[in-house]
Design a protein around this ligand. Structure first.
Ligand code: APR
Length: 274
């Protein structure tokens, strides 16, 4: 873990006016939730084509069978996972008034479980389910009880409509409010932490680019438009397409360890300046 970069990140956090965090599956691997593209990740074990909206609508029973298998296999125990040091450090930085919002691509609700209050679920979540006909929502516990009682798949709403997880499938629109708020924060922030994401999936991968003022949609917005070019710091096990191009620097290693070390330095700086 590069202590000089930890120090640099802590300095930027203490000085920033509007810090935004973007997280991906990598922040949850230390909670036992596998990521998607690391060796042994989810897309090595399950066919991603199952998670296209068109596939769900045409073969809901097949997709539901795979999701139940992921759950019962214990490999993807999303529902029982506990937040790790990385989630907890971000929640503390929000409590200190430093982190304004966490935009997460994850569907595990671990930021909320860690105590983060301002969380934007860019890809929805896998802990609530909605009827495609009447829109009624069900939580995970009631869904499990329904499947216990009537094991046929897909699970059906009382109105006989098909239930779908609130997670955003490939080819499905990002929730409008989440999209709008996320790009607003990317636009106004002066510091963005990009944690545990391979930065390959759009439109989430554009958020750091917008933060850096490099996105054409914002360039030259006419007189009076001044985009504050944010500092963009990556925390990740490995370099990504953002590294050296969009991000100012990459702190390479475990998100949990790095975020704990950064929080520790921020707390010390806050105490010495008090
Ligand atoms: N600490 C730091 N980085 C980690 C850790 C860790 N403990 N564990 C994994 N990583 C890194 C991996 O090296 C990888 O670069 O996190 C990144 C995870 O990348 P992906 O598996 O591609 O996950 P993500 O970027 O969140 O995927 C984006 O793709 O499949 C869709 O909808 C899905 O939201 C997901 C989206």
């Amino acid at each position: 873990m590069d202590l000089a970069l930890i120090e640099k990140a802590a300095d930027l956090l203490v000085r920033a006016r509007h810090t935004v965090v973007l997280t991906g599956a990598g922040i949850s691997t230390e909670s036992g939730v596998p990521d998607f593209r690391s060796p042994g990740g989810i897309w090595e074990r399950y066919d991603p084509s199952l998670f296209f909206l068109s596939r769900f609508l045409s073969e809901p029973d097949v997709v539901w069978k795979c999701m139940i298998e992921m759950h019962t296999s214990g490999e993807f125990h999303l529902w029982e996972a506990k937040p790790n040091d990385g989630h907890l450090a971000l929640a503390e930085l929000e409590r200190m008034g430093i982190v304004k919002v966490v935009i997460t691509q994850n569907v595990d609700c671990l930021h909320q479980k860690a105590g983060s209050r301002n969380v934007i679920e860019f890809h929805g979540n896998m802990l609530t389910f909605r009827c495609l006909s009447c829109g009624k929502t069900y939580d995970y516990q009631s869904l499990m009880a329904m499947i216990e009682e009537r094991p046929d798949l897909p699970p059906l709403c009382g109105c006989s409509g098909i239930l779908k997880p609130d997670a955003v499938f490939f080819g499905e629109a990002i929730p409008q409010q989440a999209l709008k708020e996320s790009f607003h924060h990317a636009h106004v922030c002066d510091l963005m932490l990009v944690i545990g994401t391979s930065a390959q999936i759009e439109p989430a991968a554009s958020l750091p680019i917008v933060a850096k003022g490099m996105h054409s949609m914002f360039r030259g917005m006419g007189a009076g438009f001044v985009k504050v070019d944010a500092h963009v710091i990556e925390i990740n096990r490995e370099p990504t397409p953002l590294t050296g191009v969009v991000s100012d620097f990459l702190i390479q290693g475990s998100a949990g360890e790095i975020l704990s070390a950064v929080l520790n330095r921020v707390e010390k700086k806050r105490r010495s300046s008090a």
